[in-house]
Design a protein around this ligand. Sequence first.
Ligand code: ZN
Length: 269
Amino acid sequence: MTLPEPSDTLRLLDGDEVPPVLEENIESRSPFFFTCDHYGRLIPRALGDLGVHAGELERHIAWDIGIADVATMLAKEMNVHLIAQRYSRLVIDCNRPFDSPGSIPLISEATEISGNGGLTGDQVEARRRAVFAPYHARIAQVLDQRKAQGLPTILVSLHSFTPVYAGIARPWHVGTLYNRDDRLPHLLRDMLRHEGDLVVGDNEPYAVSDATDYTIPVHAEKRGLMNTGIEIRQDLIEDQSGQHQWAERLARLLLEIEETLHARKLMPA
Ligand SMILES: [Zn+2]
């Protein structure tokens, strides 16, 4: 049986455009598995600039500044399977439920996204099919395969946050984030605090919730996977040396956590 091709009104990406899903280390056997929902800031050609000035599309509203390189370096350093989204969260946010107002935002911080106004149901569906669906389908497929292979999985969702939001400065260098399962976030939080040079947020600057998040609630919690979100402040990872430092630091701490989990018999089966 062949499935019907989506009609042209539902096709958003042309054949020569960059695919939404980026992957590294597909053959990894590490228990860690990395996601990066806000890795990229591409916009499908058909959507132009979404009615937003070019300078705005380089800001944190379009993507998580610095995290792409940290995620790539960290995944390489630890040989961990990374799945990342190359398209901008302004097209459709891959860490928001569809019914959330932030899914296809009309405003982000103080910037109006005029290209997201007045969309038809087909236009919304086209974004979901082109960007959101393939990313989350691939994550689900890999998690199923890992389970079938008997590989334990610890899902780590990598993000970065702007140092100043709506005029308010954020004091944390990094935060560990959670919804229902705080075991790993608290372990990592304590290790980051033990480093001695960091202000570490406990579910700050954001807390994970079913209403505002997708990746952790849907992929990790529904499968009962140990998980954490990590948010790094963007001014610390805007250049290569900062990105290297953070990738090295997180690799060291996560490998130590892997040993701790084994020692405490907490490593998931
Ligand atoms: Zn993010």
